[in-house]
Design a protein around this ligand. Structure first.
Ligand SMILES: [Zn+2]
Length: 286
């Protein structure tokens, strides 16, 4: 695999500098906008092929890791969406086997999804989702089709072109539509995977691996800048829990951490976020 240095997708320039102490060399931070991303990385075609055929290798991963392990979060996210927008046409970007869309009532939602994996796409189709194959940049969504809701759950950090993707989402979103973006919590991800706490848990200083499909680590600030350039804004930031995998003790610890993170978030009126994952409720800026 040949690795190439990449530009910041927001600034469209290579302003990369080494990220924090303990961070591996492939993790960079843009001096222009603060975005953290991997550079150098594999070429686009290789990454595209990976998501089409290797990311979701079998039905077990589809069912467990992208379905049942995330069920609690998916249910909460579906309930949140129902409060914001009770019905309409929805597009789930990286819909996998349709696990999230399954939590929405079929009668009131017209369900569409974008999915690069054929294994996952076929499963979503069986569940009544209209699936557009490929990455968002490749998906053949008919001209004129707009959405009341777009969801991008755990997928924006995997995209090679997040700025262009957000611009495409803005085009596809109706003026009163809502966009939900679910991403790993910035502080949680750094503390868990870098430095002394990572060493205590894993006996190594970093868990960030240059082979990981996670290409971006978004903070609220760097995501906000990208959204603003795409003509959107963050309306609300909510804590979310980690997938329920691992031992019973680990799952209990994760639940406790999520409860603590939620309480801190409420007490600080949204300023303090240590949750494993974060949901950004976004709207068109105009
Ligand atoms: Zn930048």
């Amino acid at each position: 695999m040949t690795n190439q240095p990449v530009e910041c997708p927001h600034c469209e320039r290579d302003l990369a500098q080494r990220f924090l102490i303990f961070a591996p060399a492939h993790l960079k931070q843009c001096r222009g906008c603060g975005l953290v991303y991997t550079s150098p990385r594999a070429e686009s075609e290789q990454i595209s092929r990976f998501f089409a055929s290797h990311y979701i290798l079998n039905a077990a991963r589809l069912e467990r890791e992208l379905g049942s392990y995330r069920a609690e979060s998916l249910r909460r996210e579906a309930a949140l969406l129902q409060r914001l927008k009770p019905s309409g046409r929805i597009l789930d970007i990286g819909c996998a086997g349709g696990a999230f869309l399954d939590h929405l009532p079929a009668g009131v939602w017209e369900k569409h999804g974008v999915e690069p994996s054929s294994l996952a796409g076929e499963e979503a189709s069986r569940r009544g989702v209209r699936v557009y194959r490929g990455l968002l940049s490749e998906a053949q969504i008919p001209r004129g089709v707009e959405f009341d809701a777009i969801t991008c759950l755990d997928t924006l950090c995997l995209s090679m072109t997040p700025q262009a993707d957000l611009q495409r989402m803005r085009e596809l979103l109706r003026p009163d539509g809502v966009l939900l973006i679910d991403l790993p919590g910035y502080h949680y991800r750094l503390v868990r995977n870098l430095g002394p706490i990572c060493w205590l848990i894993n006996r190594r200083w970093t868990n960030f691996d240059h082979r990981s499909p996670h290409l971006f680590i978004f903070s609220a600030a760097s995501l906000g800048k990208m959204l603003a350039r795409a003509g959107m804004r963050i309306e609300q930031i909510l804590p979310e829990s980690a997938p329920a995998r691992g031992s019973a003790a680990l799952r209990a610890l994760n639940r406790a951490w999520f409860s603590l993170g939620s309480a801190l978030n409420r007490l600080s009126r949204g300023h303090l976020s240590v949750a494993p994952k974060v949901i950004y409720v976004c709207r068109r800026a105009n």
